[in-house]
Ligand binder design. Structure first.
Ligand code: HEC
Length: 156
């Protein structure tokens, strides 16, 4: 019996703690109700209107994911200049220099699929380490392949 008041007080405290944020949220909701723009009337939001409103977001996402949506094929020289050149323009770490036919000839002879796979997955050769995707895991397979094509072209 002597514990009952304690339990009651505890329950009251819990109730207060739980109720406070809810009350605050409700009050906040009511007090700002005037500033919130009115909801569109039923039927006012046509599917076209909704699509138009969401379009910029959708387009941005598509452009980031689908290279074709950004207008055409991936530009291998851009990928190369932005990353691969860091090693391949100067031969850093044993990287075969871009445009060096002697260094690239035997590699190209292995076939493009091998070069693609080594560039995408990484490759430890006798010269050094070719990091997977040149060290940028965000590059897509197509971007890496386009950069390989660019390197092969420079050596051709
Ligand atoms: C950190 C330096 C570094 C970066 C950045 C780098 N590479 Fe390399 N890459 C190397 C090295 C070192 C080798 C040579 C490995 C060996 O044969 O010992 C190599 C080899 C290669 C090869 C030949 C693989 C083979 O089978 O002979 C290709 C193709 C290649 N890189 C493509 C790329 C592409 C495309 C990029 C950019 C996306 C890139 N590399 C970025 C260091 C780098």
């Amino acid at each position: 019996m002597s514990q009952t008041p304690l339990i009651n007080r505890t329950l009251l405290l819990i109730a207060a703690v739980v109720a406070l944020p809810i009350t605050a949220a409700l009050l906040g909701g009511f007090s700002t109700a005037d500033e919130v723009p009115p909801l569109p009337q039923a039927g006012a939001e046509t599917p076209e209107a909704v699509m138009a409103r969401l379009k910029p977001v959708g387009e941005y996402v598509l452009a980031a994911v689908d290279p074709d949506a950004a207008g055409g094929a991936v530009d291998g020289s851009k990928v190369y200049n932005g990353l691969c050149a860091g090693c391949h323009a100067v031969g850093a770490g044993g990287a075969p220099k871009a445009g060096d036919k002697g260094a690239w000839g035997p590699r190209i002879a292995k076939g493009k699929d091998t070069l693609y796979s080594h560039a995408i997955n990484g490759y430890q050769g006798s010269n050094g380490v070719m990091p997977a995707r040149g060290g940028n895991p965000k590059l897509t397979d197509d971007e890496v392949k386009a950069a390989v094509d660019h390197l092969v072209k420079l050596a051709g």
